[in-house]
Ligand binder design. Structure first.
Ligand SMILES: *[C@@H]1O[C@H](CO)[C@@H](O)[C@H](O)[C@H]1NC(C)=O
Ligand SMILES: *[C@@H]1O[C@H](CO)[C@@H](O)[C@H](O)[C@H]1NC(C)=O
Ligand SMILES: *[C@@H]1O[C@H](CO)[C@@H](O)[C@H](O)[C@H]1NC(C)=O
Ligand SMILES: *[C@@H]1O[C@H](CO)[C@@H](O)[C@H](O)[C@H]1NC(C)=O
Ligand SMILES: *[C@@H]1O[C@H](CO)[C@@H](O)[C@H](O)[C@H]1NC(C)=O
Ligand SMILES: *[C@@H]1O[C@H](CO)[C@@H](O)[C@H](O)[C@H]1NC(C)=O
Ligand SMILES: *[C@@H]1O[C@H](CO)[C@@H](O)[C@H](O)[C@H]1NC(C)=O
Ligand SMILES: *[C@@H]1O[C@H](CO)[C@@H](O)[C@H](O)[C@H]1NC(C)=O
Ligand SMILES: *[C@@H]1O[C@H](CO)[C@@H](O)[C@H](O)[C@H]1NC(C)=O
Length: 561
């Protein structure tokens, strides 16, 4: 039996004179020249190499020098060198390519021999009987090598897969005992396992593999935060992230002004499994100085030298600051009408470091975070469902406690309210008869912001209530008259008054334009009772036209006598 441990084959070939003859072969020669060379477990290997310049051995699975490996000079002739390699106690894993490299004046040549080290207990050179070996394959590759090369050139190896191998693979697979199987592998071929198996003397040997797609996808490389501002002495923290496909692994490197000082640290790459996968790495640079300002570049590498980069500018400030200003052009004066669904007060904040105290106030009273009609977000305040009661001064107060910086910015808000008339007596349904010649007073009370103007109008109508039509289609603007005429009631005067009732602002007027806007106090809501009156005197004899039409805000109210 060749496997018997007592059998040792020593290959020793002495250089014969023919090798050193004048013939110049530029490639080194390996002796013996059998290729492949078949040996057995526990044999010793002896190879000679003869060639130009410096000779160097490259072994399948061992280092030079290491235990059992010896390289020595051998009989050199005048124009060639000789090197002898000895490897004792061969193992199955020594199966592979052995090369001799001759180099001289920058050029080199290599000669190789393939050696099998047969071992009846190990059929696969690198067996993976339980944990599969990962086989990387890129999407654009069309074939895959299953590296189940064998320790014997004549082993009969089967390839199986989960799921079962396609017909295409079964037919086109190529076996090479020095390599394994080479199989066609399309862009969407997927196997969760590939298994090489062989049987010797009723003993089965297995080696398992796990094909894994690698990706070329590398996108959305970005650094957050963008446009970084830091203070001298602070720690700069930048996060570089990118997206890749399944099995992609992004390698991040950084490039920045004071990189050579090596003050920085980077975290291990973080991964968020999703599709695409997001990977990120954080750069931490402590004790910032003015010299650290500038461009920070993050390079993202994917296997196979796929590369993308992202950059950001870092500004370094020597002193802290807190600036706040109006974003829009209104310079803080805002007028909206009641019923507006939403108003956002949003100042522009420029600060270093960022404020840690943010508060909004209305007329000096803090607005609570849980308030139902206000929403706070960042530096902005949203006022929802605007009412007159929102009128007032809104102040944002920002501060940075550590740096002792505080700033306020105020907005003056006015919520306008549409005018409304409160008198029921001016309605069509409630017509009162009045005595001709007597004096009567009509009152119109109107509310609104800004203070409304009130105009009285008259539309003469038939006294007979059964007849619905009025004499004049158009209303006549009522004015105080020194004297009457035939058909017009005499208007003695029209008064307009503005009043604050129950702590609320009220306008009241009678007649014709109430001019001038009385100053407004702190207004919360328009409510209240009529407060101004006008007196109207009827024209004597105006009886047959009896109806006095009074209207406020353009409404006509005919009344009959
Ligand atoms: C052979 O040697 C040269 C010079 O030392 C080296 O550049 C080359 O990589 C070697 N070849 C192999 C296959 O190792
Ligand atoms: C390698 O081979 C080439 C061509 O055969 C030859 O020109 C060169 O000198 C050789 N170099 C060495 C170091 O053997
Ligand atoms: C960096 O950014 C990525 C992508 O936005 C994010 O998933 C990750 O949590 C960030 N890492 C740190 C430490 O903030
Ligand atoms: C990432 O790149 C650096 C520098 O090029 C390299 O030293 C390192 O081995 C790479 N890491 C991976 C996992 O590719
Ligand atoms: C940063 O500054 C602090 C205080 O000056 C010092 O203790 C620390 O060692 C510095 N760190 C680095 C990385 O230079
Ligand atoms: C970043 O990438 C762009 C294009 O991908 C390239 O032109 C540029 O030179 C790269 N910058 C650095 C600093 O590598
Ligand atoms: C902040 O405001 C101050 C004074 O108003 C001004 O001098 C400074 O330039 C501003 N800083 C920034 C960054 O806007
Ligand atoms: C900012 O406004 C708040 C609330 O009105 C007030 O308490 C504080 O004193 C003001 N701060 C400054 C710096 O004006
Ligand atoms: C709002 O928050 C304050 C304290 O921040 C609390 O006293 C009050 O009860 C809260 N109101 C509501 C309606 O949750």
């Amino acid at each position: 039996m060749t496997s018997s441990s007592s059998f040792r084959l020593i290959v020793v070939i002495f250089c014969c004179s023919s090798l050193t003859s004048g013939r110049v072969d530029r490639h080194p020669k390996i002796i013996p020249s059998d290729n492949p060379l078949i040996l057995h477990k526990e044999n010793s290997l002896s190879l000679f190499c003869r060639g130009q310049g410096i000779l160097q051995w490259i072994l399948a699975n061992r280092l030079i020098p290491s235990e059992g490996v010896k390289v020595e000079k051998c009989d050199s002739s005048h124009n060639s060198h000789c090197s002898k390699l000895t490897v004792t106690d061969l193992r199955a894993s020594d199966t592979g390519t052995y090369s001799c490299n001759s180099s001289e004046a920058g050029s080199h040549n290599v000669t190789s021999v393939y050696i099998y080290v047969k071992d009846p207990e190990q059929l696969f050179v690198e067996p993976h009987p339980s944990n599969p070996q990962v086989l990387s394959i890129y999407r654009d590759e069309t074939s895959l090598v299953v590296p189940c090369r064998t320790t014997s050139p004549d082993a009969v190896v089967k390839l199986e897969g989960i799921p079962v191998l396609s017909k295409n693979i079964a037919e086109e697979k190529v076996w090479d005992p020095k390599v394994g199987f080479k199989i066609p592998y399309g862009p969407y071929t997927t196997y969760s396992w590939l298994t090489c198996s062989t049987e010797v003397n009723g003993h089965q040997f297995l080696s398992r593999y796990f094909p894994k797609r690698h990706t070329k996808l590398l996108q959305n490389i970005k650094i957050t935060p963008d446009h970084v501002k830091v203070l001298v002495g602070d720690t700069l923290i930048l996060n570089c992230s990118g997206e890749t496909g399944p099995n992609g692994r992004i390698n991040f490197t950084w490039e920045f002004p004071k990189q050579k000082e090596n003050r920085h640290q980077t975290s291990r790459s973080d991964m968020i499994p999703a599709n695409p996968i997001t990977m990120s790495q954080v750069l931490v640079l402590p004790n910032i100085t003015m010299e650290d300002k500038g461009k920070y570049v993050c390079h993202a590498f994917l296997e196979r030298s796929i590369h993308k980069n992202a950059s950001t500018k870092v500004k370094v400030y020597e002193h802290p600051f807190l600036n706040i200003s109006y974003k829009q052009n209104h310079r803080g004066v805002i007028v909206v009408s009641e019923g507006t669904k939403k108003l956002v007060l949003e100042p522009r904040v420029n600060a270093m470091p960022l404020p840690d105290v943010i508060g909004w106030y209305k007329d000096g009273v803090a607005i609570l975070k849980n308030s139902t009609c206000y929403r706070m977000s960042g530096y902005s305040l949203s006022i929802l469902d605007l009412k007159h009661g929102h009128t007032g001064i809104f102040t944002i107060s920002l501060g940075n406690q550590l740096k002792g910086l505080y700033r306020n910015l105020s907005y003056s808000l006015t919520v306008e309210v549409k005018p409304t008339i409160s008198e029921a007596e001016l309605s069509n349904q409630d017509v009162q008869p009045y005595m001709s010649g007597k004096q009567h007073q009509l009152t119109c009370t109107a509310f609104g912001v800004p203070l409304p103007q009130i105009t009285w109008l008259w539309q003469p109508c038939n006294t007979n209530l059964m007849i619905e039509h009025c004499i004049y289609k158009d209303e006549i603007v009522v004015k105080p008259d020194a004297q009457g005429n035939n058909y017009h009631n005499w208007i003695k005067n029209i008064n307009v008054k503005t009043e604050l009732v129950q702590g609320k602002n009220k306008v009241c007027t009678l007649k014709d334009h109430s001019r001038g806007r009385p100053s407004m106090g702190p207004a919360l809501q328009w409510k209240g009772s009529p407060s101004s009156q006008s007196e109207g005197k009827r024209w004597p004899g105006g009886g047959q036209h009896g109806p006095m039409g009074h209207s406020a805000s353009g409404q006509v109210t005919p009344s009959g006598v």
